[in-house]
Write a protein that binds this ligand. Structure first.
Ligand code: ADP
Ligand code: MG
Length: 272
């Protein structure tokens, strides 16, 4: 255990209520890129579909203790987290138990704070992580609200297509509501354009609109459409291990570097 820890882990929710925009791909590969840069990272699969768990090779048989147990308080983070093939990358896997319907039915009036409470328990210190990345479901439901209440910031993957910005305003409204009530310090870490094709005029238009409307909130790094990114999960690998020189890998390493550049100087540094 690293006794020199001086700060709490930074908790980032990866959210967008649209499905198929690159949330899971971003969570896995940003996590692997941060780990490659010497950070210790915990991924939390908060989508009942469990794509992040599958993509990192956690078989169904190995999902006995899951995010559901974390939320309900039946298990501590140290009991839920599993090592992955990537060193310094841990994951808490999900199964279909984690349906928002089940969570909504819970009578507990603090049901929006379940993830917050689980991650603000002293047990988390034992995992000794620098970052926690939460892979949200494709909805602005109770699970995504749990992520936003638990998080310091939100990374929003934005697919470079028509109507992308319209969906974004709905997401921003939810962020504002959470800020006004449960989590005043919630920040937008950044919006990242995904599946970008620089030869496509529509992609260029979406990027120009996003940068004009959102300015600094848009990451400099753009994630290209890259077949290596879609192939990697079927080998249970991050793209950084699957094909380190691919455009997808280079892009996620650059995205991690942008986030690392914003770390406060106090943040515990690790030598690899
Ligand atoms: P979400 O989690 O938002 O539903 P995913 O990350 O699962 O989205 O991505 C949806 C699909 O698109 C997946 O099949 C994934 O492999 C693919 N994909 C995601 N990002 C890229 C990319 N940059 N290039 C090519 N395919 C991608
Ligand atoms: Mg997903």
């Amino acid at each position: 255990m690293n006794l020199s820890r001086t700060t709490q882990p930074k908790i980032i929710a990866v959210a967008n209520q649209k499905g198929g925009v690159g949330k899971t791909t971003t969570t896995i590969n940003l996590g692997a890129a941060l780990a490659q840069a010497g950070r210790r990272v915990l991924l939390i699969d908060l989508d009942p579909q469990g794509n992040a768990s599958t993509g990192l090779g956690v078989e169904s048989a190995d999902r006995n203790i899951t995010t559901y147990d974390l939320l309900t308080g039946d298990a501590f983070p140290t009991e839920c987290a599993q090592e992955t093939e990537v060193s310094n990358l841990l994951i808490i896997p999900a199964t279909t138990d984690l349906s928002s319907a089940d969570i909504s039915l819970m009578s507990n009036e603090k049901r929006s704070y379940m993830l917050h409470d689980a991650l603000h328990h002293p047990d988390l210190d034992q995992l000794d992580v620098d970052y926690i990345l939460i892979d949200c479901p494709p909805s602005l439901n109770i699970l995504t609200v749990n992520a936003m209440i638990a998080a310091n910031s939100v990374v929003v993957p934005l697919q470079s297509e028509f109507f992308a910005l319209e969906g974004l305003s709905q997401l921003m409204l939810t962020v504002r509501e959470v800020r006004q009530t449960a989590n005043p310090n919630l920040r937008i870490e950044g919006v990242v354009l995904t599946m970008f094709d620089k030869r496509n005029n529509l992609c260029q238009q979406v990027e120009a609109d996003a940068r004009e409307n959102l300015g600094e909130l848009v990451f400099n790094t753009v994630i290209p459409r890259n077949v290596r990114l879609s192939e990697a999960p079927s080998f249970a690998l991050s793209v950084i291990d699957y094909d380190p020189t691919s455009k997808g890998s280079v892009a996620y390493l650059a995205l991690a570097a942008e986030i690392i550049a914003k770390e406060t100087p106090l943040k515990t540094r690790r030598s690899k």
